[in-house]
Design a protein around this ligand. Structure first.
Ligand SMILES: [Zn+2]
Length: 229
């Protein structure tokens, strides 16, 4: 009886040890469709992204941890963006969040944040995001900088291949699921003072004020009319 109990404990210890290594190996060799670009390998912002401004970005550190049995350090943040769309169409696109070393300014990792801004409005969007920093002996203080991306570009998450390892997939999936719009239309868009001509059925029905008409031209037209009579 005693020897059986010892044997069971011995097995459990070895199961834990020998199971860990193969599982990590299998996970790093298995690939999955990239959840960020959905396997296409690239991302794009709609053309009207040029009318979108990043008013402010703010980040709050949630956690910095070394992932078990891996060589990278995971930095988790909540990022809040305030975005303004001056365009006349709802715009979808991406903002690039760049994790930088606070003291050296070197880039540690970057991620893409999906943004979705209704026309002529200002919104605030919030994300829970995880970065992976490699090549660090220990965690160092970091900061997050954000810039808007326009046009087409390769998906950074899968390096343009459309596929990522299962380990990376879990992190990418976290980002995808944590995106949320926390408030919408902080203030209604106010048109600028300039009022363009009214257009109805493709014809300009705007009538210029009398003082802008050329008196010389008017008198010439009048003379020509009188002359023909
Ligand atoms: Zn991708």
């Amino acid at each position: 009886m005693k020897s059986k109990s010892t044997k069971i404990r011995f097995n459990k210890k070895y199961i834990a040890f020998f199971a860990c290594v193969p599982i990590l190996l299998i996970f790093s060799s298995l690939t999955a469709k990239c959840p960020v670009c959905e396997g296409t390998g690239h991302l794009s912002s709609t053309p009207d992204m040029k009318y979108v401004q990043l008013i402010s970005s703010d980040f709050k550190e949630l956690q910095i941890s070394r992932d078990v049995c891996t060589t990278y350090i995971v930095y988790s943040y909540t990022i809040t963006l305030t975005l303004k769309n001056d365009g006349n169409t709802d715009t979808k696109g991406y903002a690039k969040a760049i994790l930088k070393s606070y003291s050296k300014g070197s880039i540690l990792d970057s991620q893409y944040l999906p943004v979705n801004i209704p026309k002529q409005s200002t919104i605030e969007e919030q994300y829970d995001i995880a970065f992976r920093a490699t090549g660090l002996d220990q965690a160092e203080a970091a900061k997050v900088e954000v810039q808007l991306e326009s046009g087409d570009f390769d998906c950074k998450i899968c390096s343009g291949s459309g596929k990522i390892s299962i380990n990376s997939w879990l992190l990418a999936k976290t980002l995808q699921n944590s995106y949320k719009e926390i408030s919408i239309v902080e203030h209604q868009y106010t048109p600028a003072a300039y009022l363009p001509p009214d257009i109805e059925d493709g014809e300009i029905i705007y009538i210029p004020p009398p003082e802008s008409a050329s008196p010389a031209l008017l008198s010439q037209d009048q003379n020509s009319y009188n002359g023909g009579d």
